[in-house]
Design a protein. Structure first.
Length: 133
């Protein structure tokens, strides 16, 4: 918490994120292309999973890279709130949420339990991942 690197600062982490994802080690990462889709209406977690097929899940390292770019490019990416489906070491699927704090360059992050019917609302930015060849 409060760690800085190239203008990328995590101000706080929620308890689920700390417990389930903070120590996650991802090996053999392939290059990937991240896509940002802004939710235009109400859709559930399962609806997003169905919409993106295999691309619904994002590696935590790729999500961090996006937050770092959003910190540096200030204002060039959509809004200051991002979320992605990330799998923990035990195989559990989590919704990782990062919110940029308007009074600083820092982020708050947490992980919410994946519940199929949990709704997403207008304006949330969903990150999906397509593996590059």
């Amino acid at each position: 918490v409060g760690q800085v690197g190239k203008k990328f600062e995590i101000l706080s982490m929620g308890p689920n994120f700390e417990r389930m994802l903070l120590d996650k080690v991802e090996k053999d990462l392939c290059p990937a292309t991240l896509h940002i889709d802004q939710v235009r209406g109400s859709i559930s977690n399962q609806g997003l999973k169905d919409k993106f097929g295999r691309a619904y899940e994002t590696k935590l390292a790729h999500f961090w890279q996006l937050l770092q770019k959003a910190s540096i490019l200030e204002g060039c990416l959509l809004g200051g709130s991002y979320a992605a489906f990330v799998r923990a070491e035990d195989g559990t699927l989590w919704v990782v949420v990062a919110q940029r704090q308007s009074l600083s360059a820092g982020w708050t992050v947490d992980a919410l339990e994946f519940k199929p019917l949990f709704p997403w609302f207008f304006g949330r930015n969903f990150i999906s991942c397509r593996q590059s060849d």
